[in-house]
Design a protein around this ligand. Structure first.
Ligand code: HEM
Length: 410
């Protein structure tokens, strides 16, 4: 029998109240209902062991319908990698990896550092800023556009369209004017590349526009769909990682100071951020046959909400302090924030490079930075992304102290 859900207690991804502040509901689910039926179509999997096992089980679970928590699936004119199953997935992923293998992504490091340097340079020397809007926001999209091969002069414009689109995902975006603008622009990029066969580049556009022997020639619309999927996968997630990690470091001053003094602690702090505040909260799989998960029967055709965030807070996996951010947490990389198995995140090495560069540069420029006294952890809207809404800081420690004293006097 499917375990009955008490909506007042167990996590329900269809309940906006739970989505806005999910941690206590997820904890209740881990303790009392690891797998639960929450609607006619949807089951949740909330513990590390179950989420891990479904990620690994590509025979009994399909990626079609990924991201959709309702009856209707998000539809693309061509199947994109994150919604494909083998053997199509294997072919598509290998094609993408030609321009996105870890070694190729690492080669982007100088470009990432340039983008970060410009972003730090655009901040004032001191005073109050919102690090999310004024610093973090542009970095991941600029890096992605460099990887894709979008001309630099168009980056700002493309970002306004892609932000409007990413904001509504996983709801359908195709009726937005920005969606049409983005798709039209990408189609033009494909056309321009294909008009100049002698002009080759080491980027995603080049890879998808030109087939090597044995590869399929992709129609322009298919190239556009794969690039669109990258825009959705790479921007908000990486922004969330950088913003969340800076917030958690500044939230407890000792953490920030420890990492400023010893930068070798930064990579583990980034992994801990991915675990405690997982930027992609969930993925969705569809059962292709009747299965039983943690004693809960899931009939063929039903969807399973893989609760990445809850798995990453699982006390059985991470101990009783699982929701505490510890820069020295042992084994922090074992989180599921980048998924696992054949669909594990292709962009993970790039997201890590960006986070190290963006946070390291802030520490170099503003070691005395402090959270503004009125800063609060508020999760941004939207079901998929877990990101702090804003990161108000005083860039200079002295100013931060006087602002705090003024707040206390009030
Ligand atoms: C902190 C940042 C990021 C997080 C948390 C994240 C998270 C994830 C997760 C959980 C998956 C697994 C999807 C599934 O199992 O259905 C995934 C897949 C993917 N990610 Fe990321 N991602 C991040 C950044 C990026 C970046 C920067 C890129 C591209 C430059 C990227 C490209 C992809 C692609 C193409 C896939 C699909 C792989 C496949 O289906 O085989 N991601 N990501």
């Amino acid at each position: 029998m499917a375990t009955p859900v008490d909506p007042a207690e167990f996590f329900d991804p269809l309940n906006p109240v739970h989505v806005a502040d999910p941690d206590e509901f997820m904890k209740a689910s881990r303790k009392g209902c690891p797998v639960a039926k929450v609607s006619e179509h949807l089951y949740t999997a909330n513990t590390d062991d179950v989420v891990r096992s479904v990620f690994d089980d590509t025979k009994r679970f399909s990626n079609r319908g990924n991201f959709s928590v309702g009856a209707e699936d998000v539809r693309f004119p061509f199947t994109v990698v994150t919604m494909a199953d083998p053997p199509d997935h294997t072919v598509l992923r290998s094609r993408l990896l030609k321009s996105m293998a870890a070694a190729r992504l690492r080669k982007l490091t100088p470009e990432v550092e340039n983008i970060v340097r410009d972003a730090v340079g655009a901040l004032p020397a001191s005073g109050r800023v919102d690090l999310y809007a004024d610093y973090v926001h542009f970095i991941p999209s600029a890096v992605l556009y460099a990887l894709i091969g979008i001309p630099k002069a168009k980056w700002r414009e493309v970002q306004t369209w892609s932000d409007a689109v990413v904001r509504v995902i996983p709801e359908p975006a195709h009726e937005l004017p920005e969606f049409a603008a983005l798709m039209g622009f990408l189609a033009k990029c494909v056309e321009e590349r294909r008009a100049h066969p002698g002009d080759r580049h080491e980027d995603v556009l080049d890879n998808l526009c030109w087939a090597d022997p044995g590869e399929v020639e992709m129609p322009a619309l298919e190239v556009v769909c794969h690039i669109f999927q990258l825009v959705v996968a790479a921007t908000d997630t990486t922004r969330a990682l950088i913003a969340n990690c800076v917030y958690r470091l500044l939230e407890e001053r000792d953490r920030w100071e420890a990492v400023v003094a010893d930068r070798s602690l930064l990579p583990n702090a980034i992994e801990e951020s991915l675990r405690v505040d997982s930027p992609a909260q969930f993925m969705v799989r569809t059962a292709v046959e009747d299965v039983t998960l943690a004693e809960c029967p899931v009939p063929a055709g039903k969807k399973v909400y893989l609760n990445i965030q809850s798995a990453n807070h699982d006390e059985n996996r991470w101990g009783e302090d699982s929701r505490t951010f510890r820069i020295d947490r042992p084994g922090a990389t074992a989180h599921l924030a980048f998924g696992r198995g054949i669909h594990a995140c292709i962009g993970a090495p790039l997201a890590r490079i960006e986070a190290r560069s963006a946070i390291g540069a802030l520490m170099d420029a503003f070691p005395g930075m402090r959270l503004a006294p009125d800063a609060a952890w508020v999760k941004c809207g939207g079901a998929i992304t877990r990101r702090v809404e804003s990161v108000p800081v005083w860039l200079n420690g002295e100013q931060a102290r006087s602002a705090r004293q003024a707040t206390r006097r009030r």
